[in-house]
Ligand binder design. Sequence first.
Ligand code: ADP
Ligand code: MG
Length: 144
Amino acid sequence: MSRIVETNSPEETFALGEELGRQAEAGDVYTLIGDLGVGKTVFTQGVARGLGIEEPVSSPTFTIVQVYEEGRLPFYHFDVYRIGDIEEMDEIGYEDYFYGDGVSFIEWANLIQDILPEKRTRIQIEKDLEKGFDYRKITIEELE
Ligand code: ADP
Ligand code: MG
């Protein structure tokens, strides 16, 4: 199942993330791909809000995963952009997150392709400058 949403402002992208966060279920894994500056953080902040997380969510810069416990479900926010070796994922015990009772959200997931669960939701954000500077095409695809 695949869904495409076009947005024209950060607020619209946030709102889509929020909708997803409200619908997320325990054990869900989402991957998020898109170039720098495309809106991954904006989207993720929406997801966090949808889960009922009030504290500000930014990309985890010094750790691979940031855990938020205050929402409706635990939220595991991964940013694997700086990962050197896939073994770093073993070291943090990624399976406890991916196959646990929270919601995993993985930015730059293409860098850890080999260890992603088959069952996951893939989100891709793309620009199209011909359609305007603030235009984003967001594709949400459920994989089994
Ligand atoms: P990333 O995390 O992918 O590097 P950010 O979310 O940090 O990107 O930044 C996205 C930037 O693009 C923000 O400055 C935001 O205001 C801007 N922007 C403009 N239009 C949109 C849109 N439709 N959706 C999301 N962000 C947008
Ligand atoms: Mg970011």
